[in-house]
Design a protein around this ligand. Structure first.
Ligand code: SF4
Length: 293
């Protein structure tokens, strides 16, 4: 049976475009990470490590210091991604001369974060938490939660950071799908329904919040199983159709997409298929030692 697992990202890929899902998950075709993606991962790492500091040091300047450390680490372990994030076409030997401009690009995001909450008053229950749980015998859901807060009364808040701007009303439901996904996994593992799902948009300082209930989680489970069945049907037919949209402008595989006169490679042999994360996602996360989804 395929797939044997699904994450919110891979589910969204399939819903956006089955061929995109195939390229990322089955073919495992490499993608060059965008500047925004690398910067976003760096900011996630800063917000994760911020809580390593004593409460009184969780300030904008503390966050900036962490960013500098993470940027230097990126330069050491993956210099080509460092080049992308600082916008330099040639290999960089002197990191310090690029730190200021890189900091400038993330300062608005970090400043906005500190207007949204006071991290000195929070002690997260978990950060960058990996979740995986079986929904059926041969199928599990998995993902990584940016942060979990627990109130003194035990109420759970699942928190996700986004470095972009909040979506319009029309797209809010789509944005919340990832959070419902996590809520379902949390509930399956702990038997406790999270009290609040919260997305923090650092691009414009807005929150998206939702309080799920049992019927939401049941509906989410049904939906995920339906996505899985749709993928399974495509896999049986060996057919993952392109589904062109405005998002094609950001697709790394446009040149091999039939919707744009390209030719996809042959499907790999079935025994080589995995349900894994994309190579780019894996590379970025291992580079920055982040396990987030
Ligand atoms: S270019 Fe568009 S239609 Fe083609 S694979 Fe990418 S997302 Fe799908």
């Amino acid at each position: 049976m395929f797939p044997t697992s699904l994450s919110p990202s891979r589910s969204s890929d399939f819903l956006q475009c089955p061929l995109l899902y195939r390229f990322r998950t089955i073919d495992q075709l490499p993608e060059e990470p965008s500047k925004a993606a690398i910067r976003g991962t760096l900011v996630h790492k800063v917000l994760e490590n911020l809580f390593e500091l004593p409460a009184g040091e969780r300030t904008v300047s503390g966050a900036k210091k962490i960013f500098e450390l993470e940027l230097s680490h990126l330069h050491q372990v993956r210099p080509e991604e460092f080049q992308i994030v600082v916008g330099e076409s040639q290999p960089v030997t002197e990191v310090s001369s690029f730190i200021e401009s890189a900091l400038e690009s993330v300062t608005p995001l970090l400043d906005t974060y500190f207007t949204m909450e006071d991290p000195s008053r929070l002690e997260p229950f978990a950060r960058e938490m990996a979740l995986s749980v079986e929904l059926s015998d041969d199928f599990s859901i998995r993902g990584f939660i940016d942060r979990v807060d627990k109130s003194p009364q035990g109420a759970i808040r699942v928190v996700d950071y986004k470095t972009g701007k909040s979506p319009g009303e029309r797209y809010a439901e789509k944005a919340m799908f990832q959070m419902r996904f996590y809520a379902l996994a949390w509930w399956k593992i702990t038997n406790d329904i999270p009290h609040t799902l919260q997305i923090m948009y650092l691009g414009d300082g807005k929150f998206l919040r939702y309080q799920p209930d049992l019927s939401d989680l049941a509906a989410t489970e049904k939906r995920i199983l339906a996505i899985r069945s749709a993928i399974e049907r495509s896999a049986e037919l060996g057919s993952f159709s392109p589904s062109p949209s405005k998002l094609c402008n950001w697709c790394s595989y446009k040149s091999m997409c039939p919707a744009f006169d390209g030719t996809p490679p042959e499907l790999p042999d079935r025994h080589l298929w995995t349900s894994g994360t994309s190579l780019v996602e894996d590379a970025l996360r291992s580079t920055l030692n982040v396990s987030g989804e």
